[in-house]
Design a protein around this ligand. Structure first.
Ligand SMILES: [Fe+2]
Length: 316
């Protein structure tokens, strides 16, 4: 059924490669929304440029269509293959980097990833997020502050991590309750602490079309070990980030490009009994300590940095 939009003008008959590109661009000019028009025109330019530059064969183009079809067919809410494709091509990290420019001493953001869920354990400051047997003990403690170092009272922290085998609780079909994830409120002086486990490196799915793409490029599919943290406080820009313990063998080859230098942290091994007891671990246990200082931007700071970044791109 025709959508009823009449032709705006007669286009040259597209009997040459360059006329095809010109005609598609000309039609995109009619897009009423200026931002959408710019996105369509740029997409067409780059897409046609890619086909021209690679002199794409019909077989290669068909293989690409079939690949994208399989990515779509594999995608479910539990297995977000489209997102994984975006991630392994670095597009997700690039969008995050452009939208969250590095500014001053603010804590840098990184990818949310597919394992965030609102179905989490609400814990008190100082309690634990992991059940017994999930891995080597880790205690995470720190403070949430402004760029001037002033404590932000009562910020809400969401945190989630893999267990010591590299699995998130959501990956277990018999999941009955949240594990290795929790939500807590910082104290009035911005301080927070919680018991956790040392996270492990883990693979992104190794059995779908995206993993075939990685194999074709001779790339591994591992992510360095990390602890996800999301922080919200009224008046402040929501921070989605993660911290990566130093020393993981995948730290310099994150398969989804989500790591940043400022997010690598050193764990400190603590076996002092007083310290262990103070943090609620069993007697005789030792633990790794992750110390964090989380610096948040106000909404106004974020807006002005983002505008400055967009402006410098326009004038570059
Ligand atoms: Fe993760």
């Amino acid at each position: 059924m025709s959508n009823g939009i009449p032709p705006r003008f007669d286009l040259p008959i597209p009997d040459r490669a360059d006329i095809i590109t010109d005609n598609v661009l000309k039609l995109a000019e009619a897009t009423p929304n200026p931002r959408l028009r710019f996105i369509f025109q740029t997409l067409i330019k780059h897409l046609h440029g890619f086909v021209n530059e690679t002199d794409l064969t019909t077989e290669e183009w068909m293989a690409a269509i079939q690949f994208l079809t399989r990515v779509g067919q594999t995608h479910t809410s539990f297995r977000p293959e489209m997102n994984t494709l975006s991630s392994v091509l670095g597009v997700s990290a690039l969008v995050d980097a452009l939208n969250n420019p590095v500014e001053g001493n603010a804590t840098e953001s990184t990818l949310l990833g597919p394992f965030y869920t609102d179905d989490t354990a609400h814990i008190a400051n100082g309690e634990g997020i992991a059940s017994e047997g999930k891995g080597e003990y880790m205690y995470v403690e720190g403070q949430v502050v402004t760029t001037e170092g002033v404590p932000i009272p009562g910020a809400i922290i969401d945190t989630w991590e893999s267990d010591s085998d590299g699995f998130y609780d959501m990956q277990f079909s018999n999941r009955s309750h949240p594990d290795c994830r929790g939500r807590l409120q910082c104290a009035n002086d911005g301080s927070f602490g919680f018991r956790a486990v040392v996270p492990a490196p883990y693979p992104i799915p190794g059995d779908g079309p995206v993993s075939e793409l990685l194999l074709a490029m001779n790339r591994h599919n591992m992510r360095p070990s990390h602890l996800h943290i999301m922080v919200e406080a009224p008046g402040y820009h929501k921070l989605v980030t993660a911290f990566f313990p130093e020393g993981c063998k995948y730290i310099q080859s994150d398969s989804v490009f989500g790591i940043k230098k400022s997010l690598i942290v050193k764990l400190e091994h603590i076996d002092d009994e007083g310290e262990t007891r103070k943090r609620g671990f069993p007697a005789g246990a030792s633990f790794e300590l992750m110390r964090l200082r989380i610096v948040m931007l106000t909404n106004e700071q974020f807006k002005s940095y983002r505008a400055k970044n967009a402006e410098s791109k326009r004038t570059a």
